[in-house]
Design a binder for this molecule. Structure first.
Ligand code: HEC
Length: 161
């Protein structure tokens, strides 16, 4: 959800609100693919997931890796076609960019991929869990020294504690 300051909802804020919510990048001709983060698997996703409902709705929600894996199986059953390599790349791509991150359960390798950090950084999370128990919140996570708080904040909707 986009949270909007209350005052802006009063009359007069409507136009501004519309601009905020529907502003398009200047290159809107290319916007269909430009909203997708660069990386391995992007091309495969745009190719395999665009035919029936458009790639935006393919990634409209965050899911755990296991849920993504299941969704991909379902899409193959629906008729989506890709090579084995493309399916693997798509799974890694959605896991990296559109997954729910199980902060207290995942191993360092998975966390490193999903947080886009080196594995040694992700190991600090596991060490923290071992020393302090469950990580209860984003604020807890931010106290782990090697993690970038701003980057974590930007991903806040993806964490499951
Ligand atoms: C051959 C057509 C087709 C292609 C190609 C396709 N889908 Fe779908 N997709 C569907 C249909 C039909 C539905 C709605 C029914 C359903 O959920 O199976 C759907 C629904 C979805 C949903 C919402 C339902 C859910 O399970 O969350 C997601 C997410 C999704 N697709 C992701 C993808 C991804 C990712 C790809 C590329 C790997 C893809 N789709 C490619 C046909 C397709």
């Amino acid at each position: 959800m986009v949270s909007v300051p209350r005052a802006m909802l009063a009359s007069g804020g409507g136009a501004l609100l519309t601009t905020m919510l529907f502003a398009q990048p200047p290159d809107s001709a290319g916007s269909k693919s430009s909203k997708f983060p660069e990386g391995p698997g992007k091309a495969a996703l745009l190719k395999v997931c665009s035919d029936c409902h458009g790639p935006e709705s393919a990634v409209a929600q965050f899911k755990t890796r296991e849920e993504w894996s299941k969704t991909l199986d379902e899409m193959a059953a629906n008729g989506a076609q890709g090579t084995d390599e493309e399916w693997n790349q798509i799974l890694e791509y959605v896991d990296k960019n559109y997954s729910l991150i199980l902060v207290n359960k995942s191993d360092p390798k998975r966390l490193a991929h999903q947080l886009d950090v080196p594995e040694s950084t992700a190991e600090a999370i596991v060490k923290y869990r071992e020393e302090h128990g469950r990580i209860a919140s984003l604020d807890d996570l931010k106290t782990i020294p090697t993690l970038d708080a701003a980057k974590l904040e930007a991903m806040k909707d993806r964490f499951v504690f």
